[in-house]
Design a protein around this ligand. Structure first.
Ligand code: SF4
Ligand code: SF4
Length: 378
């Protein structure tokens, strides 16, 4: 395993961090979807045995089951080998009293005395102002002083200007951003990566594969990658590009099975700071151009916009639209979309209330895009 420095913190973390948000699920026998604890244990223990020392989760992941699942997996001596990160759910913070209540619930879920990395989850400019008014800066400082957390951090979804404001507004120990070769000018952007680097604030990467979309690239994008003499998967190109940045401490990958875990362990061993040649970087630039040509909408499938009060299955529609465009020469009369309409989950149900747009980390104009998707898929 490759280890990388965490800026001003003076510690080293594995290049590959396990993102505990896509644990395998199974039926509990009563029709309820629950995390497959046995398989989650297997993934986590194998990763740790192979040198992974950074595990990231959040209050809301896996239908609010992920923290407990991780806590159980880390019993029996595993916890001492790793850094644990989790995130304060800002959506549930309405009064200053909610902050310590949620922290205690999360600490209990994880079964730890101290949370290593405690992040304010999914900040954008408005959410930051709300959390700042609720006293989150003082709250984080107090938690650190009491030894209840080691590092005060935030995760982020907005534009560069918001990133700069938040980064300069508190003495952060780490920031977690959406970054990948498609997002050089989106979200925190390359400029944001450089800004955090100048301040020596370590960066943890999420959405390195853009919700899996950069793992299953169109054939024409893979063909660009395959034009390089050394053959690599699209996943390897994406992670290799991220690890090339010296400011990046660890890259999260939300593995769902053992095959992906083993694949990622091997890929991250071949990464390193500044190892990509100009020729390789040019290949990634060409892949980005090709990918943009073949994508309808930049939806990552995160589901933050759900549920829609009118019943529209937003991520499913956008996923279907992208898939149809990627793989078909003609996308009208799409059968999957027709079934969504029949089930009352189609774009025709949208009443343009705008509730989804406030929650979309990609700032998508969802009602407008739904109209376009509907017109093309119908
Ligand atoms: S704008 Fe449309 S899709 Fe979005 S929440 Fe409102 S009804 Fe649902
Ligand atoms: S529309 Fe936005 S919030 Fe909804 S799943 Fe896609 S990226 Fe996530």
């Amino acid at each position: 395993m490759q280890y990388r420095k965490m800026g001003k913190l003076g510690i080293e973390v594995s290049a590959f961090g396990i993102g505990c948000m896509r644990f395998p699920m199974k039926d509990d026998g009563n029709g309820k979807r629950v995390v497959d604890q046995e398989l989650a244990n297997q993934i986590i223990h194998t990763a740790i045995e192979n040198g992974v020392n950074y595990l990231d989760t959040a209050y809301v992941y896996s239908d609010k089951q992920a923290e407990k699942v991780l806590g159980i997996a880390l019993q029996g001596g595993w916890r001492e080998k790793v850094y644990v990160a989790t995130k304060l759910p800002i959506w549930d913070c309405h009064t200053p009293e909610d902050l310590p209540r949620l922290y205690e619930e999360q600490r209990t879920n994880l079964g730890v005395d101290c949370i290593d990395f405690y992040l304010v989850h999914a900040l954008n400019r408005d959410a930051w102002h709300k959390m700042r008014d609720l006293g989150v800066r003082e709250f984080l400082t107090d938690l650190k002083a009491q030894g209840k957390i080691k590092y005060a951090c935030f995760s982020f979804h907005d534009n560069y200007e918001a990133f700069e404001e938040i980064l300069n507004d508190y003495d952060w120990d780490m920031c977690q951003i959406q970054f990948n070769y498609m997002d050089v000018n989106n979200q925190a952007t390359v400029k944001g990566v450089e800004l955090a680097g100048e301040k020596n604030i370590p960066i943890v990467i999420m959405e390195g594969l853009l919700g899996g979309r950069l793992a299953n690239v169109p054939d024409t994008v893979q063909a660009v990658f395959d034009s390089y003499p050394e053959k690599r998967s699209a996943v390897e190109w994406a992670f290799r590009w991220l690890c090339n940045f010296p400011q990046v401490a660890t890259v999260l990958s939300g593995v769902t099975n053992m095959e992906q875990t083993m694949d990622n362990l091997a890929i991250f061993d071949r990464t390193g700071v500044g190892i990509m040649s100009d020729e390789e970087l040019a290949i990634v630039d060409r892949a980005r151009e090709e990918y943009l040509r073949r994508t309808k909408v930049g939806c990552t499938g995160c589901r933050y916009c759900m549920p829609c009060p009118a019943g529209v299955d937003i991520p499913a529609i956008f996923g279907t639209w992208n898939e149809a465009f990627k793989y078909s020469s003609s996308i009208s009369g799409n059968g999957r979309y027709r079934r969504m309409v029949e089930e009352g989950k189609g774009a025709d149900q949208c009443v343009e209330c705008g509730a989804c747009m406030e929650k979309c980390p990609q700032s998508l104009n969802i009602p407008e895009l739904l109209k376009q998707a509907s017109a093309e898929l119908s």
